[in-house]
Structure formats: structure tokens, C-alpha cells
Design a protein. Structure first.
Lengths: 448, 313
């Protein structure tokens, strides 16, 4: 009797059963691990079709911004299968975005086209993640012509490192004051003027705030309490910056930094016209009329369009000292050094930066387009508040958001320490000293 | 085992020594084959990362450029990292808090649900208590942030209705960790409730009958019957909840992001920050190893201590 016959006996023992099951399971597992056999080639006789090259772009924006661009890509660049996916923001802004992006690249993920803003640009170039676009531009006169003549020099230069163009500008933002026009009217207040001061702003806050701790509380103003971009909007209007001009040192001990932060802390702690930023949903409260003013870029229009909220307008940030300034930051599209198809990636960069894609973004209430021609189109004013022209015209006196190579380290340090000011646990001086003590050694590493 | 199989097994044992050896080898082989998938998983996803992490301690590595030798720099840095010590202190407080409350509340809920009640009510209560366990942390945290925000938050509104001042749940260093603890207990105690409930349902009813005949009331039954007999379950629940609490990340991340400052930052967040924000894989590995050693030491201590209070039937 063969072994098989023994095992197939109807009075099989439990051990034998287990043995068979074990061998079967192991066999199945090994079979599953083995490479699958090649599928029969139905078209072996026919001419092999040209497969489109897949180019994957990653973005900070909602991916539906590029739905129409994907449709257009099939017609305009038929040899390229374009995909656009979203890169996570992590816990913060561009710092978290850059970290997520680098982790994805280090993990071997295919990313051919990268959207990054100036805040993360230096980190990415330092890690050799981006290809300089100068050679592409030199061989592509139309694209270069648009870059030189339809993109403001400030935006163009923001996306350069050591004189090389690493990103093709797509959109940018400044920070302006959004205010609820209905509440201003109700309170008998005139719209703020272009040159309004911090004193004017505080006076307005005190006039419109109604905070008693009840369900009808109305706050005058709220700010993020974190983020380089949001804070720079205030610093720049007091003629100071948290970093030195070359972005290589901390400037947190400058008395004007303390003055700025104290003014903002007082809005929460002394005047009680601003809420504690932690957990506060600025978007919902602004649209509900529980918040009268907020600082934001053009992207906040998107939320208002969705909420069908239109009783608002914008004005420049209030001013304290020095020349009138606005903070600005640009993002763009670049080609990844890990891309196996850089020329196709360049075609995608151009398509994702073109007029049609910029209009798509404008219509969704996204950023300000880098293309001046689009900002001058009626569609730009149509999808924005009455004073929407402020967005683009501020470029002539815009200062670049401080964006050192270690931006992803700097921003969390600042945010951690700001938080202890807003909750009143540390004085402005103590917190800024602590932030400086933590920040300066990190800045020194850049000089090593 | 059936009597037929048993007799056949007995015959097997009485066979020649050679045959017995061959059978033993085949049995061993079958056993190894059964264990292989689990062992492979353990090797690839646990053992190799541990070894890699151990090697990384002695390197400077930022994921994108080749690693450089660091010697003992990452280890010596641990001793001077005051942020790490503060964050370990947060982690310890959070761990003690959530382990204690999760287990006490989990046990109490299980005892409550183990009593006679209409099946519909039992079903609704069990589902309601277990529901947060099944829901994603991120979605729940959004709701909790709305509830706990200082200004215009629902909880503070209710507190205000009884004349109390608003509590800075998320923005104060004193309260942020407490908020994280409350959130974690609310979210996780349902899981421990299920474990304790399984343990309670494994206690034979005869013990309670005997206790009742001896005149024991509810509290005496709970103290002298339930607690000793559920002690193996409690030991398991405490060990897993303690290890889980030390590794808490997402609950705190989405609720307070570790703030204000570092007030609610826990060690898993710090390891993440060093690894994937600072791209200091070597130092992140060194911090991870401190956690690894602490967890092993605590688990060993628990096993040693268990001899005194865990009773197996």
C-alpha cells in the first residue's frame, strides 16, 4: 500500500490530517510567493502598441483643481499618461508638506513632477530632489517667453536658488485682511483704508467684538497663531522679520519682534477680541458671522464660494512701521531628479502651469495665478470680493516669506513657542528667548 | 480526539523506534511549516527592523543621502536631550492615566453589561460603548476639537451654563494632557470592556451560586469571586494597554499636535519628529531604543509581579 493510500484511509488520524493540512498550506503559501506565469499574449502576432509614458505629479492643492487639465492632457500630450496626486500637509504647512514629500521620494515612490512653494524649495534643492529647469527653458522659447514676460520678476526669482530656476511659477499668495462687510455696515463702520494702522485696527476690533462667554459671542479677529506666512504678514508691517535678511540667523530678540507678538497676544489675553487659536475653526466661524476679520490669502475664497458666503471684502494688513509691505510666497512645478522621463515631465510642468489650468484654479477660489495675463482677465475679479484687484497689485511691494533651507525645522520651533504666549503661560520675552535659544543652534548648522 | 484516532495513535507510539523517529521528524516538519508564515512575518516586519534600527543608532542617515558613521554620538546625545526627558514625563503621566482609567472603566462597564438585562438594551449598550473603537481617530478628533475648543466650544458652553469659567482644554499646558487622556479613555475603554466581558463570561456560575449560598453580597462576590478569577484577563488587559499607552501617537497628534509647546507631546511623536521631520534617523533610532528597553523592563516587571496577584484555576 502506498503512502498516499494509507493517508487517504477513511479513518485518518488527526495527526495525519494536520500533516496534510500543513503541507497544503505551505504549498499554497509558496505558490502564492512564486512569480505569476506570464499571461498569454493575445496580440503576439500584431505590432506592439506604443504605451504612453506615465508621468506622476504631486500637489499641495485639492486634486480636483487639475481635473480639466487631465482631460486636456489626453489631447495635448497624447504620448503621456498624466496623473496628479495630493501630497499630505503633515501637521503643518509647507514644512509638513516638504517632509511628507521627501519621505515619499525616499520610499522609492515615482514622483516626476513636484509642486513646491518657496518655503520648501531650498530644502528640496539641498536634498538634490529637483532638476534645474534652465536647460529646458533654453530649449523651449515659448515657455521661456511666458516666464520672462508674463510672470512678475518677484515670483520668478522666488523659485530660483543660486541663480537657477528650479520651479516654473504657477500660483502665489499674499496675506490680506478679510472682513465681514455686513457687520461693518451694521456697526456703522467705514471700510478700512489702505493705510490703516494697528491703532485703527484695534479700535475696529473693540467696536465689533462682543465676547461674553455665551452662545452669541462674536470675535473681532482671529489668526492662526502659527506658521511663518501668517506671522510674517504682521512682522513685515512692523518692519521686522523673525529671521535675519539672509535667513541664516534668528532675529527673535529684535524688540520689534516682541512688540509685534505682544500686540497679537494682547488681542487674545488683554482686549479679549480674538479667540485662543487652538481648536478654533476660523473658516466656519467667519462664514457664520461669529468672526468679523481674519488674515488669509486668496485661497480662502474657495471656502467662501463653497459656503456661498459673499458679504465680505479684503484690505491690506494694518500697518505699524516702515514701508507698506505684504508677505508673498510662490509655488510652482518642477521636475524631480528621480524621474526617468524628465522631458515628458517638463511637458507636464508646462501643461500644469498654463493659462487654462490657471483659470481652473481661479474659478475654484484657489491661489493668485502667477500669469499676469490671467490675473487681468475678468474671471479673476468675477471669482472674488469687490477689492480683489488688491491681490495682484500688491506684488510691487511684496517681501518674500522667510524660507531658509531648514524651514521644516524652523517653523515647528516657532509654532511651539508661540503657543505658550497665546495661552498666557509665558511672557512674550520668555517665549521668544526660549525660541531663540532653540532656533539659533539650528541656524548655525546651515553655516557649518 | 475520537477513540479510533486515539487507538491508532497508541499503535503509532508502540511501533518500532525507527518509525517513531520518522514520525516525530514529520510532525516536527509539519509544525515548522505551520509556524513558517508567522515566523517570516515576525522576521521581516519585527526582527529585521529592530536590527536595522540598532545599526542606525551608530549612523547619521537622512533617508536621501548615504549614511555616515556617527560612532556613539547619537547615544551620548540622549543624556543631554532635555526635551526628550520632558516628553518622557508626559508619556509616563499619560500612560499611567489611560492604563488606569481604561482598565477600571472597562471592567466596570463589563460588570454592568454582564448583569441580566433585556437583550435589546444589552445590544445597544455594547454597540454604543464599542463604537468609538471602530471609528477612525482622525474623524473623532475633529469632533472633539469642536467640543473642547476654549472659545465657542460645546463643553465650555455647558460649563458656562452652570456658572463655571471656561476651561482651556486644548490651549493650556495643564489641561492639554488631561484632554488627551479623556479622549483616549473614551475611545479605547470599549475595547477593554470586550476583553473583560469575555473574561467574566468564562467564570462558571457555580462559584457565584456557592458564594450566594454562603451569604455573600454583590461586593463580596465581586471581591472574592470575580476579581481572583478574572485576574488572568486583567493581567493581559493591563499588559497590552500599558504597552499601547506608551506607544500612543494618533490620538494626541490629531487632538493637540503635542501642544501647547511640548505640553502634550508623547515619545512616539518625538520619535516621528526626529525621524520624519528632522530626518535624523540615527537619533530617532536611539530614542526608539530607549522606549524599547523601557517597555521590555516594564513587561518583565509585570510578569514578575503577576505571580503575587494573578490566579489561574
Amino acid at each position: 500500500m502506498s503512502k498516499l493510500q494509507t493517508l487517504s484511509h477513511q479513518n485518518m488520524s488527526r495527526r495525519d490530517m494536520l500533516r496534510i493540512a500543513g503541507i497544503g498550506t505551505a504549498g499554497a503559501a509558496l505558490a502564492a510567493c512564486a512569480a505569476p506565469a506570464a499571461a498569454p499574449d493575445a496580440g503576439a502576432e500584431s505590432e506592439p502598441a506604443m504605451e504612453p509614458v506615465t508621468v506622476i505629479a504631486t500637489t499641495s492643492m485639492p486634486v480636483n483643481t487639475f481635473d480639466n487639465a487631465l482631460d486636456r492632457s489626453m489631447e495635448r500630450i497624447p504620448g503621456i499618461a498624466m496623473e496628479v496626486n495630493a501630497n499630505g500637509w503633515g501637521e503643518g504647512g509647507w514644512d509638513g508638506y516638504s517632509d511628507t514629500l521627501l519621505t515619499r521620494i525616499a520610499g522609492g515612490e515615482q514622483i516626476d513632477v513636484i509642486m513646491i512653494a518657496i518655503e520648501g524649495l531650498r530644502l528640496l534643492t539641498a536634498k538634490n530632489v529637483l532638476v534645474a529647469l534652465d536647460d529646458f527653458l533654453a530649449g523651449d522659447a515659448p515657455a521661456n517667453e511666458i516666464l520672462q514676460n508674463d510672470v512678475h520678476v518677484t515670483l520668478r526669482e522666488m523659485l530660483q536658488v543660486d541663480g537657477k530656476q528650479f520651479e516654473y511659477p504657477f500660483s502665489w499668495n499674499n496675506m490680506v485682511m478679510y472682513y465681514n462687510t455686513a457687520i461693518f455696515e451694521e456697526e456703522g463702520l467705514d471700510p478700512p483704508s489702505t493705510d490703516w494702522t494697528w491703532d485703527d485696527f484695534l479700535e475696529t476690533c473693540l467696536a465689533v467684538a462682543n465676547v461674553t462667554g455665551g452662545a452669541d459671542d462674536r470675535f473681532a479677529y482671529s489668526f492662526w497663531g502659527a506658521g511663518m506666512f501668517g506671522m510674517a504678514a504682521w512682522y513685515f508691517n512692523n518692519d521686522v522679520s523673525p529671521l535675519s535678511d539672509d535667513w541664516l540667523d534668528s532675529n527673535l530678540l529684535d524688540p520689534k519682534v516682541a512688540e509685534t507678538v505682544q500686540f497679537m497676544a494682547d488681542l487674545i489675553l488683554e482686549h479679549k477680541v480674538a479667540p485662543s487659536p487652538e481648536g478654533w475653526d476660523e473658516w466656519a466661524q467667519f462664514h457664520a458671522g461669529n468672526l468679523v476679520m481674519r488674515t488669509c490669502g486668496r485661497w480662502c475664497i474657495g471656502g467662501s464660494l463653497e459656503a456661498e458666503f459673499d458679504t465680505y471684502d479684503i484690505q491690506y494688513q494694518p500697518h505699524r512701521a516702515g514701508p507698506l509691505k505684504t508677505v508673498a510666497g510662490t509655488d510652482g512645478w518642477g521636475v524631480s531628479t528621480s524621474s526617468e522621463n524628465p522631458h515628458e515631465a517638463w511637458e507636464v510642468v508646462k501643461l500644469l502651469s498654463d493659462t487654462d489650468t490657471s483659470i481652473d484654479m481661479v474659478q475654484l477660489g484657489g491661489n493668485i495665478p502667477a500669469l499676469r495675463s490671467v490675473a487681468e482677465m475678468p474671471v479673476f475679479s468675477e471669482y472674488g470680493p469687490p477689492s480683489t484687484a488688491l491681490f495682484y497689485e500688491s506684488l510691487d511691494f511684496a517681501a518674500t516669506v522667510p524660507s531658509p533651507t531648514n524651514f521644516n525645522i524652523v517653523e515647528p520651533i516657532l509654532n511651539r513657542n508661540y503657543a505658550t504666549i497665546w495661552n498666557g503661560e509665558r511672557s512674550v520675552e520668555e517665549a521668544l528667548q526660549a525660541a531663540h535659544d532653540e532656533l539659533q543652534p539650528e541656524m548655525d548648522k546651515l553655516k557649518a | 480526539m475520537t477513540s479510533t484516532a486515539l487507538s491508532e495513535d497508541r499503535v503509532d507510539r508502540q511501533a518500532t523506534p525507527q518509525r517513531s523517529k520518522a514520525l516525530a521528524r514529520r510532525e516536527a516538519l509539519a509544525g515548522y511549516l505551520f509556524a513558517t508564515p508567522a515566523l517570516l512575518g515576525l522576521l521581516v516586519f519585527t526582527a529585521l527592523p529592530i536590527v536595522a534600527s540598532l545599526i542606525l543608532i551608530f549612523l547619521h542617515y537622512d533617508l536621501l543621502t548615504p549614511p555616515k558613521w556617527a560612532g556613539a554620538e547619537n547615544v551620548t546625545r540622549l543624556a543631554t536631550d532635555s526635551r526628550m526627558f520632558k516628553i518622557y514625563w508626559n508619556t509616563l503621566r499619560l500612560t499611567v492615566g489611560v492604563t488606569l482609567f481604561n482598565n477600571v472603566l472597562g471592567l466596570l462597564l463589563a460588570v454592568g453589561l454582564n448583569r441580566a438585562m433585556p437583550w435589546g438594551l444589552r445590544y445597544v449598550l455594547r454597540t454604543s460603548i464599542f463604537f468609538p473603537v471602530m471609528t477612525t481617530t482622525a474623524s473623532l478628533a475633529v469632533v472633539w476639537r469642536f467640543l473642547l475648543t476654549q472659545d465657542r466650544g460645546v463643553v465650555n458652553f455647558l460649563i458656562g451654563q452652570i456658572g463655571l469659567d471656561p476651561v482651556p482644554w486644548l490651549s493650556s499646558s495643564a489641561w492639554a494632557l488631561v484632554s488627551a487622556m479623556i479622549y483616549d479613555v473614551w475611545k479605547s475603554c470599549g475595547y477593554l470592556m470586550v476583553i473583560y466581558l469575555a473574561g467574566l463570561q468564562g467564570i462558571p456560575a457555580v462559584y457565584y451560586e456557592a458564594a450566594r449560598i454562603d451569604g455573600a453580597g454583590f461586593w463580596q462576590q465581586f471581591r472574592n469571586v470575580t476579581l481572583p478569577l478574572i485576574s488572568p484577563t486583567a493581567f493581559f488587559a493591563i499588559v497590552i494597554s500599558l504597552i499601547g499607552a506608551f506607544q500612543i501617537f494618533d490620538n494626541v497628534w490629531v487632538l493637540t499636535e503635542g501642544g501647547p509647546g511640548d505640553a502634550s507631546r508623547v515619545i512616539a511623536m518625538y520619535i516621528y519628529e526626529k525621524a520624519f521631520r528632522g530626518f535624523e534617523m540615527g537619533y530617532a533610532s536611539a530614542v526608539s531604543f530607549t522606549l524599547f528597553i523601557i517597555l521590555i523592563a516594564l513587561t518583565l516587571l509585570q510578569f514578575l509581579g503577576a505571580r503575587r496577584w494573578v490566579h489561574y484555576e
